[in-house]
Design a protein around this ligand. Structure first.
Ligand code: HXC
Ligand code: NAP
Length: 283
């Protein structure tokens, strides 16, 4: 750990989808840095398992089963959380839904399933936290987990791309509107980080996983601790002047698709010699 172990001391941090994958990894890092945690997700068994593991490490963890697509349930959860801890310092909007599919094969229910989790659920949680922070005159931080295709778009995950683009707009809009209330917005845009939830839905074969890896200039996937270290800094008081910013952590993956000549990474040393002879030296 590169931080002092009291970096997040006593901060109350709510992580949606905190029982699995990157959400759980963030919860562990924040807990090791002194935070008091709350996690929500739909599956009670997943939350129970996380609770057992945090109890064993002596890290305070409150959890509640919640589907963030239901705004009334989100409000009830927020009240229960506030009565448990007395306050909330940080909301991490991490819960998401996604799968690969040609867009023309999607049913309206499939579109709604993703948009309602990623865009609406994130909005409901942000509203529930923000209204209470403003009413109580308390500061707060929202960390949104988006993706690197939030601004480029991406075929085959179009509901996710549209929803994450909306979350990015939410981040930048509220960064301005709520700053006078001392409520800060930040976002992380991860590239590929192998988690069971993402890999089972997005890269269900090794061929697809290898294809994804080949797009990353660093030729490796992300390590959870690289993302959780960034997240810990962003939600800490040290980052208090960072507002409305999205930080990409993807080994250069999205830029690889953007630069016209990036495909030249496939050219061999021998080919480069040949190409050098072919290109005219003088006009
Ligand atoms: C086409 C699909 C589908 C698929 C579901 N549907 N999966 N359509 N291809 N693979 C359709 C169903 O047929 C149904 O439509 C509608 O979607 C709703 O399906 P349900 O199973 O009832 O939905 P629900 O139980 O609400 O589950 C939501 C979900 C599921 C999004 C579909 O995958 C889920 O719970 N995901 C949560 C975890 C997750 O996705 N993690 C990955 C995050 S990774 P019909 O019309 O038939 O009723 C990420 C970024 C990764 O976000 C970037 C990587 C680099
Ligand atoms: P994950 O383990 O599948 O995480 C998704 C979490 O969201 C699960 O804990 C899930 O729990 C919860 N969730 C889903 N729908 C919910 C709902 N309606 N209400 C409440 N909770 C819900 O996948 P992950 O890879 O860790 O993803 C975490 C975040 O990183 C997501 O925002 C994702 O878009 C982002 N991301 C991941 C990658 C990657 O490569 N892994 C890349 C870019 C962005 P339940 O199913 O129990 O509800």
């Amino acid at each position: 750990m590169i931080f002092r172990d009291d970096l997040l001391k006593d901060k109350v941090i709510l992580i949606t989808g905190g029982g699995t994958g990157l959400g759980l990894a963030m919860a562990k890092t924040f807990g090791e840095l002194g935070a008091r945690l709350a996690i929500v997700g739909r599956r009670q068994a997943v939350l129970d398992e996380a609770k057992r593991s945090f109890d064993a490490s002596g890290i305070p963890l409150w959890s509640q089963s919640l589907d963030i697509r239901h705004p009334e349930r989100v409000d009830e959860m927020m009240d229960a959380l506030l009565s448990h801890y007395g306050r909330l310092d940080v909301l991490v909007n991490n819960a998401a839904g996604n799968f690969i599919s040609p867009t023309e094969r999607l049913s309206p229910r499939a579109v709604d399933a993703v948009l309602n989790i990623v865009l609406h659920g994130t909005f409901y949680c942000t509203l529930a936290a923000g209204k209470r922070w403003i009413d109580r005159g308390e500061p707060g931080t929202v960390l949104n987990i988006t993706t690197s295709y939030a601004w480029t778009g991406s075929g085959y995950v179009v509901p996710s791309a549209a929803a994450k683009a909306g979350v990015l707009a939410l981040t930048r809009s509220l960064a301005v509107e709520w700053a006078p209330h001392r409520i800060r917005q930040v976002a992380i845009a991860p590239g590929p980080f192998p988690t069971e939830g993402a890999w089972s839905r997005l890269f269900p074969t090794t061929e697809l996983a290898d294809l994804a890896l080949s797009r990353v200039p660093s030729r490796r996937v992300g390590r959870p601790e690289e993302l959780t270290t960034l997240a810990a800094y962003l939600v800490s008081d040290a980052a208090d002047y960072i507002n409305g910013e999205v930080i990409t952590i993807d080994g250069g993956e999205w830029l690889n698709g953007a630069g016209m000549f990036n495909m030249l990474s496939r050219v061999t040393e021998a080919d480069w010699e040949r190409i050098r002879q072919l290109v005219p030296k003088k006009a």
